[in-house]
Ligand binder design. Structure first.
Ligand code: HEM
Length: 162
């Protein structure tokens, strides 16, 4: 009888141990899920990653090149395929990096890049409009649009010269 009781006690302890392991494992799974849910997605991933950013930049540069308010600035760039490709690539990497993506912008700083171009506040606003048009074409949400424009806005004082 004593032997039976000891065996039963051991069996119960083992069963409870297993049960406890399962509970802990379920708790860990839930904690991981909660952590994942709580972690906000980067603007980069909400924009749709590098592919989506590239599509927006293509459209944006196209808008600038056909916008009679500012296309004089982009005449030489648009005529030279290699230069145009490099310009677009710089823009993609700049937006990718600024939105928390895994890219590295290796172009000039904004002051150096636009030095001597004589860009006005109205030119800057026209370009922002062309960017918004491109973002709208790809149905980028209002939050993401606001965040991206918020990241680019502070560059205005380095770009505008008059
Ligand atoms: C937030 C606004 C702007 C951003 C983020 C921006 C970004 C850039 C970048 C990344 C470059 C390339 C720099 C390099 O070559 O290393 C560039 C060049 C240039 N930007 Fe801007 N820019 C802005 C506003 C403007 C405006 C308002 C204009 C004119 C209306 C303009 C005209 C140009 C031109 C003509 C170039 C030279 C393109 C070439 O390499 O041929 N940009 N910009």
């Amino acid at each position: 009888m004593r032997k039976i009781l000891i065996v039963a006690a051991i069996a119960t302890a083992v069963a409870l141990g297993c049960l406890n392991t399962e509970v802990v494992s379920a708790q860990n799974k839930n904690a991981a899920k909660a952590a994942k849910m709580a972690k906000p997605k980067s603007l980069f991933s909400r924009l749709g990653g590098k592919k989506a950013i590239t599509a927006v930049v293509d459209e944006f540069v196209n808008n600038c090149a056909t916008d009679t308010r500012i296309n004089k600035f982009f005449m030489d760039t648009a005529k030279d395929k290699k230069r145009l490709g490099k310009f677009k690539n710089n823009l993609v990497n700049q937006i990718c990096q600024a939105s928390g993506g895994p890219c590295k912008y290796t172009g000039k700083d904004m002051k150096t890049a636009h030095k001597g171009m004589g860009i006005s506040g109205a030119d800057f606003d026209a370009l922002v409009e062309d960017l918004v048009k491109a973002l709208d074409k790809f149905n980028v949400g209002a939050t993401e649009k606001g965040e991206l424009l918020g990241a680019l806005g502070p560059m205005k004082s380095d770009i505008v010269e008059k």
